[in-house]
Write a protein that binds this ligand. Structure first.
Ligand SMILES: Cc1cc2nc3c(=O)[nH]c(=O)nc-3n(C[C@H](O)[C@H](O)[C@H](O)COP(=O)(O)O)c2cc1C
Length: 174
């Protein structure tokens, strides 16, 4: 299925950055979901990108109601390619749906209300557990650092599997 647009939902901007990078690379237009609902015809094939909250890809259900989702990307604070099993389960994604997870980042300054509280709480618990560990792996140190200082891990490199999928799907060479 050749996608005709990129549709995304972003809370603090990381998913929007990925949508813009992928748009630049593929030449497709990227629309925020609300804008897409006005401009992208019902039933169009799209790549959907949404930020991850407790495993759930935000906006996916709405997107899937209105569009043929050719592939879905979940953007979280965890490393690219991680938590794929959870994300498939939580979002009820069938085996035939191409799914990618991308590492976005964490920006506490842009989080508000209950989302900020939850993140602070998770960060506190995980932080204490990790701090108590003697032999932290580099990955665990990276998580600790992300909770403490925030971070932006958006890169074109993280999109390489998505781009490979797009090339295969469309027969185009980017
Ligand atoms: C309440 C809450 C729950 C989250 N749960 C997850 C999660 O389950 N997995 C994950 O990788 N990231 C999780 N995150 C981190 C966000 O997905 C991450 O910051 C992402 O880059 C946000 O994208 P955005 O800037 O497009 O909104 C969570 C963030 C919040 C605020």
């Amino acid at each position: 299925m050749e996608p005709k647009a990129i549709v995304y939902t972003s809370n603090t901007g990381f998913t929007a950055q990925y949508a813009a990078l992928l748009a630049k690379k593929t030449g497709l237009h990227a629309y925020a979901l609300n804008e897409a609902l006005e401009k992208v015809p019902e039933g169009s094939a799209v790549i959907y990108m949404g930020w991850i909250m407790a495993g759930k890809i935000q906006g996916f259900i709405t997107a899937a109601k209105h569009y043929q989702v050719a592939a879905v990307c979940g953007v979280g604070m965890n490393p690219t390619g991680s938590q794929l099993t959870t994300v498939r389960q939580v979002n009820s994604l069938g085996a035939d749906m191409p799914v990618f997870t991308l590492q976005g980042g964490l920006n506490m300054d842009k989080l508000h209300g209950f989302k900020k509280l939850i993140l602070k709480s998770i960060g506190g618990t995980m932080g204490r557990q990790l701090m108590a560990k003697q032999d932290r792996t580099p990955e665990e140190d990276a998580i600790l650092d992300m909770f403490r200082n925030g971070g932006d891990r958006v890169s074109m490199q993280n999109l390489k599997d998505v781009i490979a999928w797009y090339e295969q799907e469309t027969g185009k060479k980017l």
